[in-house]
Each structure stands twice: as structure tokens, then as C-alpha cells.
Write a protein that binds this ligand. Structure first.
Ligand code: BG6
Length: 507
């Protein structure tokens, strides 16, 4: 399906919703945070919207010893707590008939045989027809064992149906490990059966970047180094690391978010027009950007990283990173990262892309701001334009999804005073349809075998090539900067951008 069609409709007939065919989703890591908060609710919402087939099956595989009833209760609670659509007992009744649990360790052959038996039983009883998607919502260190067990037990291929594997980020922790991982997965599953999830690509507002850029004529002439001064991509969170110390402390903000979400956003903003919105065409254009993108050469000048210390969030006192449960006192993992990326292409040479992300910042917001150069000449007295900034186009990815244009306007009165004003498009005001949650869209696409929203291994490796030197540079430092929770990050990040004579937006 093309990326710009209505995600929930059949592209051949706009009246028909896109409904997955007979299949199952087999969840590894079913008791984890992601499965409970996002994946299970998304499955319920898809079922509730009538987008799953009648015999759809959801299988959990974990080392817990749940009884069947206990497992069903766990799924029901997660679905009820996280669903975005209203609860309907009829939908649950239909869903519950296909729920199974397979207990076992990943290295226990008997457990994999039990999984194989369950899959065969579902094919017969639920009519899943040999179509099974394996969702690896587990630490990447466990991918090799799961993938090789799937192969060893003959579950990775089927003569009568499809098999797909879904991998959650992080895809490796550097270029070498990503290559290794891609080799392992690619040795078992063909490329068209591997679905790498970067959930930002499932967000409507991220897909709207393509609509905005390529459906309209008036922005394209400005979209280059003649008119754009710089681009700021911000993903700020007000939450801390919560209960994810085990995952987060070995990773940090740059690997967690910049390597995937923010570099993908940058590629969509910077890429040339694709020949179509098919996966293969999009990939070609994104890869060209990633292959030409590099961190600014002075890593000490143009990167910043830091850890939050105690402060305030939402009117409450919150603890610092080192006081979070499970974080070692000696940790130098960054919860804030900022980096300047330069893209060596004719369109973008000389236009810095500043990427930043952090936990425990002032508020939750993700946005892309394209900041334009000032007019070459301004026929106004200096004191009339003190409140005039640069023109900017801001795409708000979340929350308050929309697009804002900032420009100067005359302040009413007898003088020619100019001040910045905002022209605003808000999704909520313009459309009545609510957008599907990113995971709903992505799970449906996996079940339909629809690939445009999933990065391929080349993109993942190119993104590591960009980030590896930054992470190596930080790894050589023995201490880490700090910032107070509830603020907009460390002073070093302000200094970094000030070296270029610019400042961060306060979103
Ligand atoms: C995930 C990161 O990919 O994205 C998390 O691992 C982060 O650390 C999350 O909190 C944010 O997602 P969203 O959709 O709330 O912006």
C-alpha cells in the first residue's frame, strides 16, 4: 500500500477497511512494559475496529508459569488499561478464543516444540493457515537465540503460509553489532519478512511530513540552503526513566532516540521527492540523506550530553538519574543528548540540523522547526523590529499535532513596529477522524505484509555510522554534565548552539 493512503482503508476500494487475513501474532516478551502498555492494547483496538480476522490468535511466550486463565486475565487487564477504543465484551470474547500461552526458556528445546504444537493447533482450530508473525519485544541480546531456535525448530519457514519477524529497536548498539544482528536475522528470514519497528514512523504526523512536503507547491522552492538557516528537531519528555533502568542505563538517550526516531525524522525532512511512496522508493531517498549526513567535525563543540539531577516535574519534586532504582552510582549514561548534523548535498550544504532529546525536560513535545534566513534587507528602524525573530515553520509531531508558521506582522498602532505572530493548523480542529495509534498502524501493516513504514537494514547501519563517532567521543570522557529536572537541558547544550550564533527554541 502507498504510504499516503488512509492507513485503515483498502487502497483498491476506499469504502473497505484494510483487514488482516487469517494469522497469529506471537509475542516474545509478553510480560514486558512495551507489550503491556502498547502492543496488547493495540491488538484490542485493531480487533475493536474490525481490522483483525475472526480467527486471529495472540500467543504469549515467556519464562513465567502462567495458567491459561491467569494469562487471559493479564491480557485483558493490559487491553482494558491501555485501549483507546471503548471496551466491548463481544470483541473480547472473540479475541480470547485465540489467546494461548507457551511457558519456557529460550534455550529450552521442549518449549519451542510446545510453540510449534500451539501454532499447528491454531492453524486447525482458529484457521490461522500457517500465517504467523513473531514479535521480538525482548532485549536485543536475546534476538540471536530466538531467531536460531525458530530456525532450528522449523518455525521460521512454512510451505503453506507466511512467517514474519518483528524486531523492536535498538537494532544493535553500534555499527558492528547492528551488522552482526542483521546478518543473524537475514540468515534466517528473507528481507521482505523482517519488520523493524521504529514507532515514530507509525505516527500520522510523521507521515504528514511527506504529505506536507510533496503535496504542496509553495514550500518546496524554500526548502534548501538558499532560504533555510537551520533545522531543529526536538524530542523532549517530561518523564524520567521510570522502571526501565535495566534497559536504559546500558543505552542512553542517543542510542535510544537519536539513532532511530530523530535521524528518521531528519531523513524525511531532508530527502528528495521519491518516485513513489512504495517502501523501495522511500528507502532509496532516505538512504541518500543518511549516507551524506555526518556529525559536525568538532565533536567537543557541537555535541552535548548530560544526566538529570533532582528537580521538579508537573509540580512534584522528582529524583535525579543516579537516584533512580537500579542505576549504579557510577553511571555516566546520558539522559539528554544533542548533536549537530551536517548533510553534504547540494540542497543542504551549510544548513545545520540540530537534534536534541532528553528525559525530565520542561514538557513533553516532539517537533521539527525549519528556521528560515532573515530577509536580506529590512527597511525598518532597528527599534521597530526588536521583537521580530526568524520566520519558522514548525511541525508539531506531538502533542497538539499540527503545523505553525511564524512570521512578522505589524503591531496595530501608529508606528511601524513588527512583532512575530503565529499561523496555526491543528489536526484536532481540521479533521474529525482520530488517527490510529502508531502501534496499531504498524501491527496491522506487519499482518498485511505492508513494508513502507519499516526501516531496512541499510538505513539502520547508516544511522549507526553517523552516531558511532559521537558515542565513542563521549565514552572517552570520564564525567558527565548535569541538568536540573524540569529545565530545558544542560548549559553545555545552549553553549553548543550558541557557538554557531543560534539558540534553541523553547517549544
Ligand atoms: C521509545 C524510547 O522509543 O520512545 C523511550 O525507547 C521513549 O525512551 C519513547 O520514552 C517515547 O515515545 P513517544 O511515542 O511517547 O514519543
Amino acid at each position: 500500500m502507498s504510504l499516503l493512503s488512509n492507513p485503515l482503508r483498502d487502497p483498491k476500494d476506499r469504502r473497505l477497511p484494510r483487514v488482516a487475513g487469517p494469522c497469529s501474532l506471537i509475542l516474545f516478551g509478553v510480560t514486558g512494559d512495551l507489550a503491556r502498555k502498547k502492543l496488547i492494547p493495540a491488538v484490542y483496538d485493531l480487533a475493536n475496529r474490525g481490522l483483525l480476522p475472526p480467527g486471529f490468535a495472540l500467543v504469549g511466550f515467556a519464562r513465567h508459569d502462567f495458567g491459561h486463565q491467569e494469562f487471559k486475565a493479564l491480557i485483558k487487564k493490559a487491553a482494558k488499561d491501555g485501549a483507546r477504543t471503548p471496551w466491548r465484551d463481544t470483541v473480547w470474547k472473540q479475541l480470547v478464543a485465540g489467546i494461548r500461552f507457551v511457558p519456557g526458556e529460550f534455550d529450552d528445546d521442549a518449549a519451542w516444540q510446545r510453540l510449534g504444537d500451539t501454532m499447528r493447533e491454531l492453524d486447525e482450530q482458529q484457521g490461522t493457515n500457517g500465517n504467523h508473525a513473531f514479535y521480538l519485544s525482548i532485549p536485543p541480546g536475546l534476538f540471536p537465540v530466538v531467531v536460531s531456535q525458530l530456525e532450528k525448530h522449523g518455525l521460521a519457514q512454512s510451505d503453506n503460509g507466511w512467517r514474519r519477524v518483528v524486531i523492536e529497536k535498538p537494532f544493535g548498539h553500534d555499527l558492528a553489532s547492528a551488522r552482526e544482528l542483521n546478518k543473524i536475522v537475514g540468515g534466517v528470514f528473507p528481507p521482505e519478512s523482517v519488520f523493524r519497528i521504529d514507532h515514530y514512523l507509525g505516527k500520522e504526523t510523521v507521515q504528514n511530513i511527506l504529505a506536507f512536503r510533496f503535496a504542496n507547491g509553495m514550500f518546496e522552492p524554500l526548502w534548501n540552503s538558499n532560504y533555510v538557516d537551520h533545522v531543529q528537531i526536538t524530542m523532549a519528555e517530561d518523564i524520567g526513566i521510570g522502571t526501565r533502568a535495566g534497559y536504559y542505563d546500558g543505552i542512553g538517550a542517543a542510542r535510544d532516540v537519536i539513532q532511530n526516531h530523530l535521524l528518521q525524522l531528519m531523513a524525511l525532512i531532508a530527502m528528495e521527492e521519491p518516485v513513489s511512496f512504495k517502501a523501495s522508493s522511500l528507502r532509496i531517498e532516505k538512504q541518500k540523506i543518511l549516507a551524506n549526513a555526518r556529525p559536525a567535525p568538532r565533536l567537543d563543540f557541537h555535541t552535548a550530553h548530560a544526566q538529570y539531577v533532582a528537580g521538579w516535574a508537573g509540580g512534584e519534586k522528582v529524583r535525579g538519574y543516579l537516584q533512580e532504582e537500579g542505576i549504579p552510582q557510577s553511571s555516566t549514561t546520558e539522559s539528554y543528548a544533542a548533536v549537530r548534523i551536517d548533510i553534504a548535498t547540494r540542497r543542504w550544504a551549510g544548513v545545520p540540523f540540530y537534534l536534541r532529546t532528553g528525559k525530565r525536560l520542561g514538557r513533553r513535545v516532539t517537533e521539527v522547526a525549519v528556521v528560515f534566513k532573515r530577509a536580506p534587507h529590512q527597511p525598518f528602524a532597528k527599534h521597530d523590529v526588536v521583537e521580530l525573530g526568524e520566520n519558522a515553520l514548525v511541525m508539531r509531531i506531538q502533542p497538539d499535532e499540527g503545523v505553525t508558521l511564524r512570521f512578522g506582522a505589524k503591531v496595530p498602532g501608529t508606528t511601524m513596529e513588527i512583532r512575530d505572530v503565529l499561523m496555526d493548523f491543528a489536526y484536532g480542529g481540521a479533521f474529525v477522524e482520530s488517527s490510529p495509534e502508531a502501534y496499531e498502524r504498524l501491527i496491522l501493516d506487519v499482518l498485511l505484509g505492508d513494508p513502507p513504514l519499516f526501516p531496512q537494514h541499510e538505513e539502520v547501519e547508516l544511522a549507526w555510522e553517523i552516531l558511532d563517532p559521537v558515542i565513542d567521543h563521549w565514552a572517552r570522557q570520564t564525567s558527565i554534565d548535569t541538568y536540573t529536572s524540569g529545565t530545558w537541558g544542560p548549559a553545555s547544550a545552549d553553549e553548543m548552539i550558541a557557538r554557531d550564533g543560534r539558540s534553541w527554541r523553547r517549544p
